[in-house]
Design a protein around this ligand. Structure first.
Ligand code: COA
Length: 162
């Protein structure tokens, strides 16, 4: 299989879910190194600080030296330039993701013409999963084990003081 050197997988990851992890694993079929870029994204009023989101992801991938996790609060294309990455990976779940993703991909290309976007589909069980759904389940005491890893479940429970 053709492999490019580095890819960047950006998102808010508030928090990272098993759906995101599924995309990370798929990405590693194509890239030797993957940078997971955690956007501060204050507009979304995240539950977790960017440092906490970075930490949770680092805990999950601590045994994998091919994955690096960074927080950022700049344009994605500027971060990518700084890190010398030219391919962005995004997960495409249902058709409803398409329009927003197309807009982001084309805007990023206008901002940096060498930048390419690669879309990967997660496994079927994660197609309707989102970080908001996970937070709602956590806030209402639901079982999170199908959707997030143990370390993330613990942090969610701490946030909602269970
Ligand atoms: N599994 C589970 N959930 C997934 C998923 C998957 N495979 N793929 C996406 N999602 C979820 C996310 O958790 C998020 O859920 P939420 O809305 O409940 O939090 C939702 O789908 C997608 O959110 P969206 O806002 O579209 O993307 P994002 O939060 O993942 O990240 C950035 C968006 C950070 C990539 C984008 O805003 C960005 O690049 N920002 C930097 C500034 C910039 O360059 N702006 C110009 C871009 S054109």
């Amino acid at each position: 299989m053709l492999k490019s050197k580095k890819g960047i997988y950006p998102g808010t990851f508030d928090p990272i879910t098993k759906g995101h992890i599924n995309i990370v694993k798929r990405s590693l079929k194509f890239f030797d190194k993957l940078i997971i870029a955690v956007a501060e994204n204050k507009e979304k009023s995240p539950l977790f600080e960017v440092e906490e989101r970075v930490e949770m992801i680092e805990e999950i991938f601590e045994d994998n030296d091919d994955i690096k996790v960074v927080g950022f609060d700049t344009l994605l294309v500027n971060l990518a330039r700084k890190l010398d990455v030219k391919v962005v990976i995004r997960g495409l779940r249902a058709v409803s993701d398409f329009e927003h993703e197309l807009q982001m991909a084309l805007t990023n290309r206008q901002l940096c013409k060498e930048f390419e976007s690669l879309f990967l589909m997660p496994s079927i069980e994660y197609v309707y999963l989102s970080s908001s759904v996970v937070k709602e389940i956590a806030s209402k005491n639901g079982d999170l084990s199908k959707f997030v890893t143990d370390n993330v479940e613990k942090r969610l429970n701490d946030k909602f003081e269970k």
